[in-house]
Design a protein. Structure first.
Length: 255
């Protein structure tokens, strides 16, 4: 077993997941970079992390598939003999106006839940024996959608609500050896957000900035620091959901 601590970060080829890998690499951790489609970005990120002194494993896997979850854990253990942190960051959605109830099908819900909820659970199930050996931790990337009920679609918000509740359940299930927490980001300035909103991006961003107490939205690096704090530094914190929204929720802002 290597002496270096090791983290698996699902959905980490870009955005918050990539920023989390970089943050952990700065701390000298081994990182598993996971992708399902963005191979080039994943390997580019691997070079960045290696440049920071990290040892890196790039793993192609779709967390919606149980066999892929099992493979990712097995390859990590084969490479380094340990798993100290699991970051369940992989997520998917289908964009659909809330008023269009015919815009979502049963399969849409199933596809979203398979990644956002069931995939996270399967990763926990396979990684738990190794996390318990080292008193490790888990952080699940949920969303403000789980609190507000607003997001890219009803199915997405519902899945994040389920993920948040599952986070609390897992904190009970894995205590006292594994801490389990979640982050609930608000608006994040990412390529994905810009692509989704298109021409509306700047106006929507300004609305979120106005609603936030600190008058700014988050970047992936902001969320990554919160994830790493819960995963590594908050050694007596478990069963918590950290809202990272610039104070929008406490300000009761209306978007």
């Amino acid at each position: 077993m290597t002496e270096r601590k090791t983290a698996i970060v699902t959905g980490s080829s870009s955005g918050v997941g990539a920023a989390t890998c970089i943050e952990l690499s700065k701390r000298g951790w081994n990182v598993v970079i996971n992708y399902s489609r963005s191979k080039t970005e994943a390997y580019d990120l691997a070079e960045t992390c290696k440049g920071l002194g990290s040892q890196v494993l790039v793993c192609e896997a779709n967390v919606a598939n149980d066999s892929d979850c099992k493979k990712m854990v097995a390859e990590t253990v084969k490479a380094w003999g340990r798993i100290d942190v699991l970051i369940n960051n992989a997520g998917t959605t289908k964009f659909c106006d809330y008023g269009d109830l015919n815009g979502l099908t049963k399969k849409d819900f199933q596809d979203i839940y398979e990644v956002n909820v069931i995939g996270a659970y399967q990763m926990v199930k396979f990684a738990a024996p190794y996390l318990k050996k080292v008193n490790g931790s888990i952080v699940n990337t949920s969303s403000m959608s789980a609190i507000s009920g607003l997001g890219s679609s009803i199915a997405y918000s519902a899945s994040k609500g389920a993920l948040s509740t599952m986070t609390l359940s897992l904190a009970h299930a894995l205590a006292p050896h594994v801490r389990v927490n979640g982050v609930c980001p608000g608006f994040i300035e990412t390529r994905w957000t810009k692509g989704f909103l298109g021409d509306r991006y700047e106006s929507v961003k300004k609305n979120f900035e106005k609603a936030a107490l600190i008058n700014r939205v988050s970047f992936p690096e902001d969320i990554a620091k919160s994830i790493v704090y819960l995963a590594v530094d908050a050694t007596t914190t478990t069963g918590q959901l950290l809202t990272v929204d610039g104070g929008q929720l406490v300000n009761q802002g209306r978007i």
